[in-house]
Design a binder for this molecule. Structure first.
Ligand SMILES: NC(=O)c1ccc[n+]([C@@H]2O[C@H](COP(=O)([O-])OP(=O)(O)OC[C@H]3O[C@@H](n4cnc5c(N)ncnc54)[C@H](O)[C@@H]3O)[C@@H](O)[C@H]2O)c1
Length: 341
């Protein structure tokens, strides 16, 4: 296993650490048949996914393509030798022209601004998955979903588990369950092999729950601790686990919660950021003990502990803030409990 750096100082270093394939992933890729297509490759997680897959293929010494698909241009990935296809997945004819890759990581989604754009949210979160699910019945599909398909739960529950019934609050979360249902339908009727990848919060140095907390502390703003607990997972581990999950796709579909093993206390994380940044920390609200909390025991048993522990993440993020590293400027809204994004 490669050692983790003390600090990360440039975007290039960050991308390198983010996209490290695990030895287990390299072994898995050696036995994986067919190309890997990442649909929705231009978002926050997609580029890391493509790079991790490409590095795993290189390290495995096998020949297969990584094909990145998105409605947005993917120039940076194209320059790195990843095949790119610009395609609007709402266009059924365009979807039909995509090559039939044996392995699909499906990552398209619309979250922010969903309130007020309900029709578009449902189209992107349900119609686009329908197009893919009906076109790729012979493929293995890891379909990105979210812990928001569960209800908000109290921290004393230990987080929602895969056997808990879905009960999404608000149209965004409902449309995400719709996304799962499109894949479920073809999994049940056409034998499509699917894994529903219920992710709770990828985090890296430019965005994520911990970056949201660090940014509040750095700006001297009070940290709202009403939603006082969250689960996060280093984005590099998200991508390794997603690619390994291709081997877990089944018909009918398998559900997998994906997040870190710790339940992060927002208050404690804020205090740590305060110490590391040399800033006083103030709070607003009181923990009500509730949030979108997921129990990832099943994923943990399958894939082991994350390569980057929460403490290291906090230290890296504080350093990144100190050196003025770029952030996405897109807060996660993890504190939302009413389903409105
Ligand atoms: N990032 C997280 O922490 C997180 C947490 C829970 C769930 N998820 C889920 O994981 C998935 C990936 O996360 P992300 O943060 O990278 O999402 P993102 O919103 O950053 O990226 C989604 C991508 O989908 C593309 N897209 C949208 N409509 C399209 C269309 N019609 N045709 C082709 N491409 C289209 C967008 O251009 C974008 O590149 C999302 O679907 C989300 O529901 C993410």
């Amino acid at each position: 296993m490669q050692t983790l750096p003390e600090t990360i100082n440039t975007v290039a270093e960050l991308e390198e650490v983010l996209s490290r394939p695990s030895e287990r992933l390299v072994e898995f890729v050696k036995g994986l048949e067919g190309d890997i297509m990442v649909i929705g490759a231009g978002g926050k997680v997609g580029p890391t996914m493509c790079r991790t897959a490409k590095r795993a293929i290189g390290a495995a010494g096998v020949k297969k393509d990584v094909i990145a698909v998105d409605v947005a241009p993917l120039d940076a990935l194209a320059k790195e030798g990843i095949k790119t296809v610009q395609c609007d997945l709402l266009d059924l004819d365009a979807v039909a022209k995509l090559s039939k890759a044996a392995n699909i990581v499906y990552m398209i989604g619309m979250k922010f601004g969903a309130t007020g754009k309900e029709a578009l949210t449902w189209a992107i979160n349900v119609t686009a998955p329908y197009h893919v699910a009906r076109s790729f019945t012979q493929s293995r599909i890891v379909a990105f979903s979210t812990g928001c398909v569960y209800p908000v739960v109290h921290v004393t529950t230990g987080g929602s588990v895969e056997t808990d019934p879905a009960d999404p609050v608000g149209e965004y979360a409902q449309s995400c369950l719709g996304r799962e249902r499109m894949f479920d339908y073809f999994s049940q009727t056409a034998g499509e092999r699917v894994l529903q990848f219920r992710l709770n919060y990828a985090v890296e140095l430019r965005y994520g729950v911990l970056v949201d907390v660090a940014a509040q502390v750095a700006a001297g703003k009070p940290v709202d601790v009403t939603t006082g607990f969250a689960n996060v997972l280093w984005q590099g581990d998200v991508c390794n686990q997603a690619l390994l999950s291709l081997g877990q796709a089944t018909a009918p579909a398998t559900i997998l919660n994906v997040t870190g093993p710790e339940t992060i206390s927002i208050r404690r994380a804020a205090r740590q950021f305060g110490e590391l940044l040399g800033k006083p920390v103030t709070f607003t609200g009181e923990e009500n003990g509730r949030g979108y909390l997921s129990n990832a025991t099943k994923a943990n048993a399958l894939f082991g502990n994350p390569t980057v522990p929460a403490g290291t993440l906090i230290r890296w993020i504080a350093h990144w803030m100190k050196i003025g590293g770029a952030t996405s400027g897109k807060p996660t809204h993890f504190e939302t409990q009413n389903g409105k994004y």
